[in-house]
Design a protein around this ligand. Sequence first.
Ligand code: ATP
Length: 228
Amino acid sequence: MKVMAHKAAKKQYAVIGMGRFGFSVANALSSMGFDVLAIDSDEHSTQAVSNIVTHAVTADSTDEEALRALGIRNFDVVVVAIGEDIQASILTTLILKDLGGPLIVVKAQNELHGKVLNKIGADKVIFPERDMGLRVAHHLTSPNILDYIELSDEYSIVELKATKAMFGQNLKELDIRARFGCNVMAIKRGTKMNISPAASDKLADGDILIIVGEKSDLTKLELAYSEE
Ligand code: ATP
């Protein structure tokens, strides 16, 4: 185990697994000014991140003693970003859970992996490839969909760019709730965010609607506004 670099300290994050995802999380947290401990069993991966994060350590996260020695319990959040080696990901999560302390966020490789992680007590299970795939697909099928966020098996949120057909119309005239069963939660206009839009609020070119609804209803809405 080798501590390879130093930087300023703030909130404590640890990221285990410096694959593309883990690296990206560690890098982003670090650039936001947070204190990040990066852990990887492969020394080359640790080296690659050593001048970006506060500490970079070469260690096997399935070794309880190694995690204990790193004082992992004192961190606020631990992100487990081990993908391919599902067994190592599960074991690491179990050990972290046993040690107690930080919020445990784990990247899942597939649905079954995700189920196991939830069962053993991961606080948050994330599916980056699946979620990004969904977002890209929705944007491709309907270019006016700028973002798509899955809330549950049934519900999602979409960011829809106002189309020509909407310009000059207010929310009452658009009647998205009655036509599609979806709710307009907010309207973004430039840097301003209207988080309690009124029925009389008129839409203009450049507006972005943030809409929540059942997935099937949102799909109908996406299709209805897909042609521009
Ligand atoms: P990505 O898609 O984000 O690039 P991935 O999902 O393919 O990554 P892997 O490449 O399997 O994930 O693993 C990510 C990193 O985790 C690798 O750098 C690997 O060395 C590290 N790793 C795997 N097992 C362990 C372990 N037991 N302890 C610490 N690091 C580990």
